[in-house]
Design a protein around this ligand. Structure first.
Ligand code: SF4
Length: 174
């Protein structure tokens, strides 16, 4: 029996990660954005990373036309005020939402509290997304999956914030 005064061991829940950051060729252009950061490699070696590509999980093919959030960010989309569209105007919101539901279900099933997501993606971006005008301009906001994960209480960082993510993990598993 564990004495009552002893702190219970910290839970080591998996960390959700955008699959493209681990080298899966699932980006819209068929490429990946593998990160060679030693902290991420150590987490991968320890079996801590749970990869998902919300767009592929939502049934979209690879490669696929690039898409942007039009009318607002992912939070606006969930509120019915924005859509995901390609440059030619095709709406992909339903697939983005389906993939997000799969990502959220995976996160809930595994007790995920931390996610590392690809910056600026219309699905995974957790700080900025493109303007919706296909003009290369960024605006503050979150992608469709990032918005839903944040609403579900998952702490989000992107691949440009790995130092902050490592600090968060150390503090929350201590
Ligand atoms: Fe990567 Fe997310 Fe885009 Fe999939 S949806 S390619 S995981 S950024």
């Amino acid at each position: 029996l564990t004495p009552r005064h002893k702190k219970a061991p910290a839970m080591s829940a998996p960390i959700l990660i955008s699959a493209c950051l681990l080298g899966a060729p699932v980006r819209y252009d068929g490429e990946h954005c593998r990160q060679g950061h030693p902290w991420l490699r150590a987490l991968a070696d320890a079996g801590r990373l749970l990869p998902i590509c919300p767009e592929v999980a939502g049934g979209l093919p690879t490669p696929r036309p690039p898409a942007e959030l039009c009318g607002g960010d992912g939070h606006a989309l969930w509120a019915g005020a924005a859509q995901v569209r390609t440059a030619s105007g095709d709406e992909l919101s339903a697939a983005f939402c389906a993939g997000t539901r799969a990502a959220c279900a995976l996160a809930a099933q595994h007790g995920v509290r931390l996610a590392i997501l690809k910056a600026r993606s219309p699905s995974c971006g957790c700080r900025q997304v493109y303007s919706g005008q296909f003009d290369g301009q960024l605006r503050a906001g979150q992608g469709v999956a990032a918005a839903a994960l944040a609403t579900a209480g998952v702490t989000l960082f992107d691949e440009q914030q790995l130092t902050e993510a490592a600090r968060w993990l150390a503090a929350n598993e201590a």
